[in-house]
Design a protein around this ligand. Structure first.
Ligand SMILES: Cc1cc2nc3c(=O)[nH]c(=O)nc-3n(C[C@H](O)[C@H](O)[C@H](O)COP(=O)(O)OP(=O)(O)OC[C@H]3O[C@@H](n4cnc5c(N)ncnc54)[C@H](O)[C@@H]3O)c2cc1C
Length: 477
């Protein structure tokens, strides 16, 4: 078996792995990156990009329908499922090939194709072919869809986000298992493209919210468009000619049965650790076989092992994977002098309609008794009404002692943009009154945010610290 001695070995060539490898090189180290699957990253191949392509198609179809609110009546809409999926695949392949080209430009001696597993804390074996000895190891192996019972028994007959984008046509009907972000984005898009869609979840949550008020409005609004079956007990999933028959009990114990052409299981993801032989590292592993990871160092215990990206389950998002890849590499190079890195303010967005965003501290994580809440409903917000997109609720959180913005849970139109605005304000440690002194154009969705900030300033007892012009309501707003 060949033996390779490098400064840092990176397992995985996804977003975290690519960033880790580049950072090691930038710091003058010798990296090697090991990949067992195809190049191209989860984001480009089966994640962020193809999902947003499908959402864009659903939005295009919905906009035609929505035009009726304005007295605009387009002709009969024809949805060409094959053309929709061809575009999703064509554009996805463009994104993937850009990443593959970038990955293949990495010098060959820094790349190994094959499955890596630990043989000790700083040694790996790749496909029983190459032994890798490194000063430190970055684990950036990502995650994969979780397929719970009873769907695990018919795994090859159900779809996950790994294969739904490869369909050649839209199914006539789709059962979506899960009501989290991925389930809602894909299921709502399918519904808007004319597919009969039903969602199923044994739990009551819809979306990522922890704030019960925002969650309530999101459930109510989404239920007005989508067939949401929450709190159910899935009993059986039986493969039949032309689809899958599901039987379940509703929350009242009443049995139901329905057949669907396809089933999409979007019930969460689990870290890719099963075949890493992590027990050979001496790390303490939890029930799922995952070690504890410090989010500021991404280090595991005091070993030269760093977990970056989805595999550490900290915040399984693209920009976090990129950051964690860089942090892992910096600390792998510096080991044993590992440094704590400041993390960006958390920001999560769901590309549903209305959109969802969570910024900074979630409601569930607010410091007990030391916060106040400012809220705005988008039902009567001026610009939202103009566009007939007047649905949603935003709740902002501020710290009582300092009046600093802590975070927000947001459901409404344009939240991908307002989520950014607020995340920047939270990271800049702005106060409610400081944010109110910023310019607000008219008429824009951001004026809703200003209403919530004024409410928050009042709840924080900070109105006296606000300039009068920031509290004045302009006529007509
Ligand atoms: C449908 C969907 C939609 C999403 N939408 C968004 C979004 O809108 N915005 C957002 O921020 N995030 C989104 N995400 C999440 C985002 O895609 C991930 O957070 C990100 O891609 C994770 O990158 P990673 O580097 O951790 O893992 P990956 O890109 O999955 O890379 C891990 C790599 O490790 C390899 N590997 C695994 N085990 C081994 C081994 N033992 N040896 C060698 N190689 C191995 C794998 O083959 C893989 O190539 C979405 C995800 C999905 C599934």
């Amino acid at each position: 078996m060949d033996t390779l001695t490098m400064d840092v070995a990176v397992i995985g060539s996804g977003t975290a792995g690519l960033n880790a490898r580049r950072e090691v090189e930038r710091r003058g180290g010798r990296p090697v990156m090991i990949e067992s699957g195809p190049y191209g990253t989860t984001c480009a191949r089966v994640g962020c990009m193809p999902s947003k392509l499908l959402v864009a198609a659903g939005t295009a179809a919905h906009d035609l329908e929505h035009a009726r609110h304005f007295g605009v009546h387009p002709g009969t809409t024809r949805i060409d499922g094959r053309a929709i999926l061809r575009r999703v695949q064509r554009e996805r392949d463009r994104f993937v090939s850009a990443v593959v080209e970038e990955t293949e430009r990495i010098p060959e001696q820094q790349r190994i194709r094959g499955h890596a597993r630990f043989t000790g804390p700083t040694t790996l074996v790749v496909d029983e072919r190459v032994r890798v000895q490194a000063n430190a190891i970055v684990v950036a192996t990502g995650s994969q869809p979780l397929v719970p019972a009873p769907f695990d028994r018919i795994r090859e007959h159900v779809l996950t986000s790994d294969d739904i984008f490869d369909l050649s046509d839209l199914p006539e009907s789709l059962a979506v298992i899960g009501t989290g972000i991925i389930a809602l984005e894909l299921g709502q898009a399918m519904r808007r493209l004319g597919v009969r869609v039903a969602f199923f979840n044994p739990f009551d949550e819809v979306g990522p919210f922890s704030d019960p008020d925002v969650s309530h409005v999101a459930c109510r609004e989404l239920a007005s468009e989508l067939d949401l079956n929450v709190g159910i007990k899935m009993l059986t999933a039986r493969v039949e000619k032309g689809g899958i028959e599901l039987t379940w009990e509703d929350p009242n114990g009443v049995p139901h049965q329905e057949s669907f052409a396809k089933v999409l299981v979007a019930a969460g993801r689990r870290p890719n650790v099963a075949d890493l032989d992590l027990e050979k590292t001496g790390l303490l592993l939890d029930k799922a076989g995952v070690p504890a990871v410090d989010p500021q160092t991404v280090q595991c215990a005091d070993l030269p092992i760093f977990f970056a990206g989805d595999v550490n389950s900290h915040l399984p998002l693209l920009h976090e994977a990129a950051d964690e890849g860089r942090i892992a590499a910096a600390n792998a190079m510096a080991w044993p002098n590992v440094e704590r890195h400041d993390r960006r303010v958390p920001l999560t967005i769901a590309f549903t309609d209305p959109q969802m965003a969570i910024v900074g501290s979630r409601f569930a994580d607010l410091p007990q008794g030391r916060y106040a809440v400012g809220a705005v409903s988008y039902e009567n917000q001026g610009r939202a009404r103009v566009a007939a997109r007047n649905r949603g609720l935003v709740r902002l959180y501020g710290e009582l002692d300092t009046c600093r913005l802590l975070g927000a849970e947001m459901f409404g139109p344009g939240m991908e943009h307002m989520g950014h605005l607020l995340a920047w304000a939270v990271q800049q440690r702005m106060t409610a009154q400081g944010a109110l002194s910023m310019p607000f154009y008219h008429p824009v969705l951001e004026e809703g945010l200003r209403t919530a900030l004024r409410h928050l300033a009042s709840e924080l007892g900070a109105l006296g610290n606000c300039r009068p012009e920031d509290l004045a309501e302009a006529p007509g707003v």
